[in-house]
Design a protein around this ligand. Sequence first.
Ligand code: S3P
Length: 430
Amino acid sequence: MKKINLKPIDLPLTGDLSVPGDKSISHRAIIFGSLAQGKTKITRFLNGEDCLMTIKAFQAMGVKIDQQDDQVLVESEGIAGLKEPLEPIYFGNSGTTARLMLGVLAGLPFHTTIYGDLSLTKRPMDRVRDPLREMGAKIDGRDDGNLLPIAVRGQSLSGITFKPPMKSAQVKSGVLLAGLLADGETTVIETTKTRDHTENLLSAFGGSINVDGNTITLKGKQSLTGTEIEVPGDISSAAFFIVGALLVRGSHITIKNVGLNPTRTGLLDVLNQMGANLVIKETKRVGKEAIGDITVKYAELNAVEVDGDVIPRMIDEFPILALLATQVSGKTIIRDAEELKHKETDRITAVVDILNTLGAKVEGTDDGMIIEGKTPLIGGEVSSDGDHRLGMMIAIASLICQEKVTLVDPDVINISYPTFFDDLNMLQAK
Ligand code: S3P
């Protein structure tokens, strides 16, 4: 396994940065572009391994998709033009591809088999399998279709009303996508609002969807039309440098053109509560997605308790928040975040292990973590464990460790942020 040595930083992080396009929006732009008739032009597409899996899935079904770096052109005949793939489709590490595509494949008139890497093969699909079966889907696989590889025999589906038992945009989106192909109406009622890019993008492709608080309703059998999509910068990628600047004394950076959708900005709210004084400036809207600049300066922060409705608004940011919490005054308590156990790794266990190996004092709980602040980090050898966000957390931790950090399996960062180390070097160079 590849290893790299990372040294403590000797300069603050400074300058302006544009992070790559949003992962969630990039996946959905490909999905809707492929279900829509006509041409869809996507700019600032995330050219990361996960999103390429979604492209390959639709190419296997006959959609013409031309991707050059962060520019993508999708040309599709719409849902009726999709063809049965001749071979099983590989989804790599991408949970978003798996959950969303299960919804699509369940309603297409042909058979598909899907599989993934070792991490994805361990992740639960019953959360989408169950509502999809209620709609009439035929899904089979290991553990009765809970675990990949999974075979889907596409069917005509009927709309349902569904209350997801977990807070998950992937589950909501899988059901809404199936609902789009189904007869009748589909309603999803969330207990807590999760990221709403599926709802926003469906409208951008000319679809009709009604959002009333946490209740989302759409009619099936809608036809969509190709369009132009500009993907905002991914706030979940920006989070690593925002926290980096809060950790390294003297830092002052601005992240430009980043997505500010309120279902994604939970970390910014928590950082402000901790005393970060971020300057957040909305500069434009693309469709229903807000885009803007975030300026952050190093600051001394205080611990807070993080729980409740903010959790899904920052679900991918807990590894980097946990790292920050090791350096603030007081004890940070994270609750209600049991969903972390179902990410690319069990992110409660993995974050606790990594941070403690580096010298922190973190305790895992059933639904979160308790993190002791003001604990010097020493260094050591730690693995990303095949989880891109853990890889980036370790790289940011290395900036403030007293000794070198050896990161095992750094290349996994390519899943969501292929230019991560270039951007980190750029911010350190000034
Ligand atoms: C995503 C939703 C989140 C998030 C993942 C992307 C999406 O997962 O962790 O990185 O694009 O819908 P859950 O909705 O399962 O929490």
